[in-house]
Design a protein around this ligand. Structure first.
Ligand code: ADP
Length: 597
């Protein structure tokens, strides 16, 4: 038995035992009170019989006093008093001599001509006969006795015994008579001044045994109940412990399910959803209370089609679940979510687990697009290169000097374009793997902007102007000068590329707080608001099919964003579609310049 169980049983048993003890005490007290009540009843009956005797005594005295014979005896006989003893058979017998200790006495004065001539006295003797006469009239219980206490002795029905516990008290008391303890109920005899008392008694030992029996009956019952409860608790404890453990396990599982990143839901055999965890809510936007206890068919859009495609294993880990998970689209409130979902059968249905692969799916789409774009981007210069090389090979001597020069020039431009493309792909690979090295050194931003502007001017036609706006004082930048040049060149390339009509391109640099801010502003095509964040994603192009005839890999701005981030800066765009775009990136200041007073 475990220590915790013993402690629990003791915790249960101790108060119950105390309660049983208390109840036993209460039962004992009640039994004692019952004994006192019984004794009082007996006493009252005896007392009533005694009072009837006294009343008989009264009427006998009056009757005798009216008898002419008695009156004559008093007047003529010259006696002061005529005495009668009241016998227990109701007759009066004349008594000569002094009146013994009476149990009751009645005196009637006899008057003649306004003068007391003598007395008629009738008395009841205080003796065992009186006790014998009263006893059957007191309805005594088996162990009850009746007696008359007179001084230090107690007159009983059968014998007279000494009272060893001192004078008998009126009312209830414990007394000792003839070496035996009794419970008593006593009252002074009303019709005498002798101080004698009528006493009802019951043996204390008998009362005590009844009291103890009552106490132990209740306590025994109480202890039996405790024993039964303990036995029950002991018998039930393993199952209670199991229930507690299984409840704890269930709560833990619920907690785990509530915190797991994958969406998890249970569809029972009737196709009703029985569980829908918080991740399922977060991914799909469908609230648990709107989904639970309702058919999956009604709540999950397109569920029958999805359920038919999702692989269901008989137990987790079977048929390498991860690879067999199905990617399915879910359209909820006009939003498309891609889920990678797999099911496992349970006794009460199928539990499905899913991950949100919308991002991966989008990237996958972009990657596919990138392959198409890059193929196009590679094919065009390669075709030009091949054409130029073949022409030079086959007809080199027939060609005009200028044509030969143009062809060689084209070979140089296209191979440079190809090299740029390859460079972008390599850089993206390095950025993704985290292997690109970026140094942090203070450099002058001003020089960098001038150099970038000069390089750009060489590549633009007459319809494009490149302006530079630089303040007189600029702090140094903490970053990688070469990577910053690369970002700037990329942004200027885009500004030229996406301004097919030409226009003004403005390069700016300024200090703002702890940052130096570079801007490239153009008057080209601009970018719709909804796309302004996405153009920094890998492979993302506004015009994936090159319908506008402007080539590109969709990697340039992704590279810019990653390079700027790696130098602890940030990049963003503001644009008014059709009116141009302003790309801005900021990098931390290396040291502040002190402005001359
Ligand atoms: P790309 O190689 O296609 O130019 P980028 O990552 O450099 O790839 O740019 C992503 C997309 O952002 C481009 O396809 C283009 O649609 C848009 N974009 C970039 N710069 C500009 C600009 N200055 N003006 C208008 N659109 C631009």
């Amino acid at each position: 038995m475990s220590g915790r169980l013993i402690a629990a049983l003791l915790l249960l048993a101790v108060p119950l035992a105390v309660a049983a003890w208390g109840l036993g005490g209460y039962a004992a007290q009640r039994e004692r009170n019952n004994a006192d009540t019984r004794l009082l009843d007996s006493f009252n009956s005896a007392d009533a019989a005694y009072r009837r005797l006294v009343s008989d005594l009264d009427s006998a005295a009056t009757r005798l006093a009216n008898k002419p014979r008695v009156q004559h005896e008093l007047v003529r006989g010259g006696r002061r008093a005529v005495v009668w003893q009241m016998r227990m058979d109701g007759q009066q017998a004349p008594w000569h001599g002094p009146v013994p200790s009476p149990a009751a006495v009645r005196k009637v004065d006899f008057l003649s001509k306004g003068r007391t001539i003598g007395q008629v006295i009738v008395f009841l003797r205080l003796d065992r006969q009186l006790v014998e006469w009263l006893s059957p009239r007191a309805h005594l219980g088996d162990h009850e006795r009746l007696g008359l206490a007179d001084g230090g002795r107690l007159l009983g029905k059968e014998r007279t015994l000494p009272i060893q516990s001192g004078p008998v008290r009126v009312g209830r008391a414990d007394i000792r008579v003839g070496g035996v303890d009794f419970r008593s109920d006593a009252e002074r005899l009303v019709s005498t001044k002798s101080g004698a008392k009528l006493v009802a008694l019951e043996r204390s030992s008998y009362i005590d045994s009844k009291v103890n029996r009552a106490r132990w009956r209740v306590m025994g019952l109480g202890f039996a109940v405790i024993a039964a409860l303990l036995a029950l608790a002991y018998a039930m404890s393993p199952s209670l412990a199991r229930t507690r453990v299984s409840r704890e396990e269930r709560e833990r599982s619920d907690r785990v399910l509530a915190h797991v990143g994958d969406g998890v839901f249970l569809v029972d055999r009737d196709g009703v959803i029985r569980h829908w965890n918080p991740a399922a809510e977060a991914i799909t936007g469908l609230r648990s209370d709107a989904v639970c206890d309702r058919p999956a068919e009604e709540t999950i859009p397109g569920w029958p089609g999805i359920a038919a495609r999702v692989p269901v294993a008989s137990r987790p880990g079977d048929a390498d679940d991860a690879s067999s998970a199905e990617t399915v689209p879910l359209e909820i409130d006009g939003r498309e979510v891609w889920l990678s979902i797999v099911g496992v059968t349970l006794a009460d249905g199928i539990v499905y687990a899913f991950r949100d692969v919308t991002r991966e799916r989008r990237l996958e789409d972009l990657r596919a697009q990138f392959v198409a774009t890059i193929s196009h981007e590679l094919r065009t210069p390669l075709a030009s290169l091949h054409g130029a090389a073949m022409t030079l090979l086959e007809r080199e001597h027939d060609l005009h000097e200028q044509t030969r020069h143009d062809l060689l020039d084209m070979i140089a431009v296209q191979s440079k374009r190809l090299a740029g493309l390859v460079e972008e792909i390599l850089l993206t690979g390095q950025l993704d793997s985290g292997s690109l090295r970026v140094v942090t050194e203070p450099f002058e931003p001003e020089e960098l902007v001038w150099a970038a502007a000069a390089a750009a001017r060489l590549r633009v036609g007459e319809d494009t102007t490149i302006d530079v706006a630089i303040p007189a004082l600029l702090p140094k930048v903490a970053g990688d000068a070469e990577r910053t040049r690369q970002v700037l060149a990329n942004l200027i390339d885009n500004a030229i590329k996406y301004s097919p009509q030409g226009g003004r391109i403005e390069l700016g640099v300024e200090a703002d707080g702890g940052f130096v801010r570079f801007t490239v502003r153009d008057e080209g095509l601009g970018i719709p608001l909804g796309e302004q964040k996405r153009i920094f994603e890998k492979f993302y192009r506004l015009d994936p099919d090159h319908r506008r005839g402007i080539g590109g890999s969709g990697l340039g701005l992704y590279i810019c964003r990653e390079l700027v981030r790696s130098m602890n800066g940030r990049i963003w765009v503001e644009s008014d579609p059709g009116k141009g775009a302003t790309f801005t990136f900021e990098l931390p200041v290396a040291e502040r310049v002190s402005v001359p007073a």
